[in-house]
Structures are given as C-alpha cells and as structure tokens.
Design a protein around this ligand. Structure first.
Ligand SMILES: *[C@@H]1O[C@H](CO)[C@@H](O)[C@H](O)[C@H]1NC(C)=O
Ligand SMILES: *[C@@H]1O[C@H](CO)[C@@H](O)[C@H](O)[C@H]1NC(C)=O
Ligand SMILES: *[C@@H]1O[C@H](CO)[C@@H](O)[C@H](O)[C@H]1NC(C)=O
Length: 443
C-alpha cells in the first residue's frame, strides 16, 4: 500500500505511525500497471498445474521475460517445486501467486529468493496463494536444516501480501537488508519445533502488519541493523513469540514499535535476547500487548543461556517503553510477567513499564525480576547507576484490570512435527477487535 492511501485509511493513528516510519513504504508502481505492461504467465513458460512438473525452470524463464517491468503470474492450481529460484535484480515487477506451490525438492537454501529488486510486489489476488513446504517430511526424521520458503534481500520499495506460508523445513519468511517495505495479510503456519522461524526482518523503514504465525520459534522478530520499523496486529498462535535478537557485536537497532500484539501459548510475549555483545537498542515502544498461557512475558535477558557468550560488555538498552500489557501468564511464580535482566557492564536505562497488569493462570503469585535495570515500574531502580544483583518482588493478589479477550483462532492443539500441516484460510482479524489495516484479498 502506498503511503497516500495509508494516510486516508488510518488518519487516527497517523502521528505515531509517521513518527515511526521514515517515509512511504511499498512498491512505486501498482501491480495493475505492471500487468498491463507485460504479463508472464508461467503456464506459457513450461509450468504445469499437475503437482508433478517442477515449476522452478518456468518461474525463472517467466521472470527473465518480465524482470524489466511486468507481472509473473502463477495461476490457481497445484504446482510442484523441485528446484529453487533466485529472482535476481528485477525492476518494476510483481509476482502474483494465486496457485499453491508444493515443495518436492530436497535442497537447502531458499525456495523463492528475491534479491536486489526495486519496486517489487509479491501477492495473491485471491488470498489463496500459498507455499506448502512439507517440512514434516524432514522434521519427523529429526532434520531441521532444509529449505527456507521465502527470502527478500537487498530490495527496496516492495510489498509482500495476502500470501500463506506453511510448514517450512527451516525458516518461513526472511527480509534481510531491505528498505521501504511492507508485509501484510499473511498466515504462516509451521511445525511445533524451535528453529522454524515465522518472520525475521532487518532493514530500514518497514511496516509489518496483520500476520498470524503458528510455530515454536520466532513470531515476528527484528534483527540488527534496523531502524524505523512498525509491527502491528500480530497473532502469535502457539509460537515462540516475538523478539529482538539475538544480538551480537555492534548491534544498531532504533525506532521500532510493536503494537497490538496478541500472543497465545508461546515461549514469550516479547523477548530481547543477548549474552555479551555491544552496540545499542534504543527508542522502542511495545504497546497494546495481550497474552494468555505464555511461559515468559516481558522478557529482557542479557544473559540468555541459549546462546554462547560473546565478547563485549553487553548491548546497551535505553528508552524502551512498554505500555498497556494485559492478560494472563502460564505460571506467574515460576516465570513472572516481568523479567528485566540487563548486562551488569551496560545497565539498561530509561526502561518504562506503564500499565502492565497480568495475572497467573496457576497458583496465586506473580514474581517480577530486575537486574542492572533503571527506569520506572515494578522492580526497576530509578535514575541511572551501576550494576546491581537480581532482585525479585512478589505479588499475591490479582492486579486490577488484567483481564483481556482471547481469540477464537487460538491453536488449541499444536500441529506437531510428524504429519502434514493443513494450509489455513486467512483469518478475519489478527488482534482482538481490530480490523486489518488493508482489506484482505478475495474477501
Ligand atoms: C525507492 O523509492 C524512493 C521513492 O519513494 C526513491 O527515492 C528511491 O530511489 C527508491 N529506491 C531505489 C533503490 O531506487
Ligand atoms: C524515546 O523513544 C521514543 C520512540 O519510542 C521517541 O519518540 C523519543 O523521542 C525518545 N526519547 C528520547 C529522550 O530520546
Ligand atoms: C490458529 O490455530 C487454530 C486452531 O488450530 C486454527 O483454527 C487457526 O486457523 C490458526 N490460525 C492460523 C491462521 O493458522
């Protein structure tokens, strides 16, 4: 979507959004204009909707014909993909995926890899276009280093929308070193195992919204370097949860806002994870979070045990505001609603936790844990200063106003890793009571 229509559609939230993004996002040319200029239908380049013929070579030929301006179309139908495709250096082009691509090849790498593109759009006109990664075929044998489904790299002025990604052997969707991008109206559904990331992004001026992720690792995660990123209306449907990180040397992340984030049965609602390293994470907002049945909730961990300790005093976190967090936590005594564990040699400053009310689903006790963190709220120390040891405070009565709605789309039983995962239909909303920013395709 272009920024002009965004202004009309969401005037009420404009001041924050404008402050958040640094300019317009999305393709410069509409897909209708590209299609009118030239249409490259894969069926004319050797593809067959027979679920057997490899669509890889046809995609490459269609792309070669349309990469200087036009739309590559994969019409409705079932296609097999045996060889992966790198779409290198396209300009003013679109990829219209209305069919379903089933992975049949066994290679690692990226099934669909868009690199060095400008003015690019990938979309489904029906909202039914999908990639079925059949990751369970690997996962049931303990293998988790196979193909990733979709990667957009070093690409400017682009969007990806109304696409469904299912059961990646490894990651589902990565945007790396991207600028002026938008990703929205997507359903991502993977196996119930770590390492099967939903959305990973690093870049500048990116808007990610109205996405649901089911898996057991990253929901929508920002990595370094990144600035001016807005992430909203996200449904983490039995996932790992959203995160920043993991962070390493020379981390540079600023001006990122997450809002309207609904998290169900995940590892955490939001985690900032590192162990050693250097650089900064600053000027971040995390507002309107609803959680239920999650292990961790607000979780800053600069001694994250799941990564190897890196050289450096630690990444400096400053000016982080968490506001309007509601709901329930799986076990508030074991893993409380708030954990802010900062690096002793790089204490966090200006951490503000406002209006966070969450209560435990097990027992009748919440714990709040802080270490070397300064700011306002719960166990944080005020002002600035040096390292301090972990302190824990306990609450034994439910805070007022903690209750929050659930979503009917919450995944009650995980898909596991041993059998085929069905392709979902797009859900109507990704956060309780909030309609998608842009109309869903085909609805
Ligand atoms: C992306 O679009 C902007 C205009 O919105 C333009 O200034 C910029 O050059 C484009 N990026 C590239 C790499 O062409
Ligand atoms: C803190 O971050 C917010 C963005 O979340 C920004 O608007 C504000 O200017 C920052 N404050 C300071 C003191 O830098
Ligand atoms: C979340 O899980 C539920 C239960 O399986 C499912 O009905 C719903 O479609 C899931 N959401 C998506 C979009 O995958």
């Amino acid at each position: 979507m272009h920024f002009s229509s965004f202004i009309i559609a969401t005037a009420a939230i404009l001041p924050t959004a404008l402050a958040q993004l640094s300019g317009k996002v999305g393709p410069l040319t509409s897909h209708a204009t590209k299609t009118a200029k030239k249409t490259c239908n894969v069926l004319n380049y050797g593809a067959k909707a027979d679920k057997t013929t490899d669509i890889g070579p046809a995609l490459l030929s269609a792309f070669a014909a349309c990469k200087a301006g036009g739309t590559v179309v994969v019409p409705a139908g079932d296609y097999a993909m045996k060889t992966w495709v790198t779409f290198e250096g396209g300009k003013t082009w679109a990829l219209q995926l209305d069919g379903i691509i089933y992975r049949t090849g066994t290679g690692a790498g990226n099934m669909l890899f868009v690199r060095n593109a400008n003015d690019f759009e990938m979309f489904s006109s029906t909202g039914k276009g999908a990639v079925q990664g059949n990751g369970f075929e690997d996962h049931k044998n303990g293998k988790r280093d196979g193909a990733r489904l979709l990667r957009i790299e070093k690409t400017n002025n682009f969007s990806v929308h109304d696409i469904i990604l299912v059961d990646a052997p490894m990651f589902h969707f990565v945007m790396s070193t991207v600028t002026n991008g938008e990703a929205y109206n997507m359903a991502i559904r993977g196996g119930d195992w770590g390492g099967l990331d939903g959305v990973d992004v690093w870049g500048t001026n990116i808007w990610i919204h109205d996405i649901t992720v089911t898996n057991k690792d990253e929901c929508v995660t920002v990595k370094s370097p990144s600035q001016n990123i807005l992430i909203e209306n996200i449904h983490c449907n039995s996932s790992g949860g959203c995160a920043i990180g993991s962070l390493g040397a020379d981390t540079a992340i600023s001006s990122v806002t997450y809002r309207n984030i609904y998290t169900w049965k995940s590892n955490q609602m939001m985690m900032i994870k590192s162990f050693g390293g250097s650089g900064y994470v600053e000027d971040m907002r995390f507002e309107n979070f609803i959680g239920h049945s999650n292990a961790w909730n607000l979780d800053i961990d600069q001694y994250w045990a799941s990564m190897k300790e890196l050289a450096g005093d630690g990444v400096k976190l400053s000016n982080l505001t968490f506001s309007n967090w509601k709901g329930t936590v799986a076990n508030g005594a074991q893993r409380g609603p708030v954990k802010v564990v900062c690096a002793d040699k790089a204490p966090c400053t200006d951490i503000n936790i406002e209006d966070l009310a969450m209560w435990t689903e097990t027992g009748s006790k919440n714990t709040y844990q802080c270490r070397s963190g300064y700011g306002k709220g719960f166990c944080l120390k005020s002002g600035t200063g040096g390292a301090y040891a972990a302190t824990t405070s306990t609450q034994t009565t439910a805070p007022t106003g903690y209750s929050a709605p659930s979503m009917k789309e919450d995944l009650k039983t995980a898909f596991g890793t041993a059998s085929s995962i069905p392709i979902p239909t797009m859900q109507a909303s990704f956060y309780p009571g909030v309609a998608p920013v842009s109309k869903l395709a085909g609805q």
